[in-house]
Design a protein around this ligand. Structure first.
Ligand SMILES: Cc1cc2nc3c(=O)[nH]c(=O)nc-3n(C[C@H](O)[C@H](O)[C@H](O)COP(=O)(O)OP(=O)(O)OC[C@H]3O[C@@H](n4cnc5c(N)ncnc54)[C@H](O)[C@@H]3O)c2cc1C
Length: 339
């Protein structure tokens, strides 16, 4: 029996007062990850601060700059099915709906999605060494079962991947994360939120221990004319991505004006390579050009015994998703397969 204190926060500031020591105090949003971690004996909260009743963090509304505010406590389902998200940011809607199950998405929140932990088997096995869970204990995945693991940005300390779908779209959309602590508010660019493992794999992201995620904000550009999310996985539902690609394009005829491409399932963070996106600008949206961009994105990729297949798979996924982004209408429910 683990005894713990339970506090129901009624405002962001009330929650922030409680989390000055996040080592022992945990935030509960939808509970779909934190409760699992607890049941697996991987975390041991002294105090649980329940955010779920904070109404102020449950709104979605348009911003003055034409962008969109997504409250941290809005559920993944409510976000995916919101009219403003579906019409202006269909890439985000599609990406959320590719993750988990309807029941999990009904509970899971936007803030919690950013903070979910890796799905590395060794991380979830409390009896196994794991540098992410127990720094300095080792990384059995490097020579073990590493089919799901990273091909980019890994270190000799950790080859885990960040498992989210939603965050791959948020990376492609150039979202920002608004966070608050007793020191005030700050904004974290999405590309700076999740981090590579380096020699501190225990740190997933750049959120400080005493900070609360308030909201995610999207810029005006939503790529609603040309977008696609492709998730490749071992089962067609209820499985995390082996490789995923979120692509947003702005086109003038067939000529690419803007191309944002983010990969999931390949690294400890959503993976974007600005040089590849710059390469595509001014070029025709052809498979050949997407293939060349894929080579730039995957430069330096290194696989392990069971996951080297991900490198050619990622290249094909980038090419195919580029083609799918040209005709998003063919991906809507009831439509014929796009290619
Ligand atoms: C069986 C299963 C399958 C899944 N499949 C997928 C999938 O295919 N794709 C996918 O993307 N995800 C998948 N998920 C993960 C799911 O999306 C996450 O568990 C969920 O998004 C976490 O949100 P939550 O609100 O439940 O977070 P919680 O479990 O409540 O919290 C998770 C972490 O976030 C922290 N946190 C929560 N809110 C805040 C905040 N506002 N500020 C700071 N910290 C905060 C908590 O303290 C905790 O550390 C799956 C989960 C399960 C259980």
């Amino acid at each position: 029996m683990n005894n713990f204190n339970y506090i129901k926060a009624d405002s962001p500031d009330h929650a922030i007062q409680q989390i000055s020591d996040r080592q022992r105090t945990f935030l509960l949003a939808g509970g779909t990850n934190i409760i699992d971690l607890w049941k697996y004996n991987l975390t041991h909260p002294d105090t649980l601060v329940d955010l779920s009743q904070i109404k102020g963090l449950k709104t979605i509304h348009t911003l003055e700059n034409g962008g969109l505010h997504l409250g941290a406590l809005v559920s993944n389902s409510d976000t995916a099915h919101h009219e403003l998200v579906k019409s202006k940011y269909p890439l985000l809607s599609k990406t959320i709906l590719a993750g988990a199950t309807a029941q999990i998405r009904n509970s899971a929140t936007n803030g919690g999605n950013l903070m979910q932990r890796t799905r590395c088997h060794y991380f979830y096995d409390a009896a196994a060494p794991c540098n992410k869970r127990n720094p300095g204990s080792g990384c059995p995945a490097i020579k073990g079962h590493n089919r799901m693991h990273a091909i980019l940005g890994h270190s000799d300390q950790c080859i885990a991947v960040f498992p989210s779908d939603m965050c791959i779209a948020l990376a492609a959309l150039d979202a920002i994360v608004k966070v608050k602590s007793s020191r005030g508010e700050r904004i974290i660019k999405f590309s700076d939120f999740h981090r590579l493992p380096g020699d501190q794999p225990e740190k997933d992201n750049t959120l400080e221990n005493d900070e609360l995620i308030i909201a995610i904000e999207l810029p005006n550009e939503g790529f609603s004319d040309h977008y696609s999310y492709l998730k490749l996985r071992d089962r067609n539902s209820y499985a995390f991505a082996l490789i995923s690609v979120a692509t947003g394009l702005v086109l003038d005829g067939q000529i690419i004006q803007k191309a944002n491409i983010a990969l999931g399932g390949v690294a400890h963070q959503p993976w974007r390579v600005p040089e590849a996106e710059e390469f595509l600008i001014g070029k025709d949206a052809t498979p050949e050009n997407f293939a060349n961009a894929a080579d730039i994105i995957l430069a330096g990729a290194k696989g392990f015994e069971h996951n080297s297949f991900k490198i050619p798979l990622a290249k094909q996924a980038i090419i195919r998703n580029g083609a799918m982004a040209l005709h998003p209408e063919r991906q809507r429910p009831g439509a014929q397969p796009s290619l």
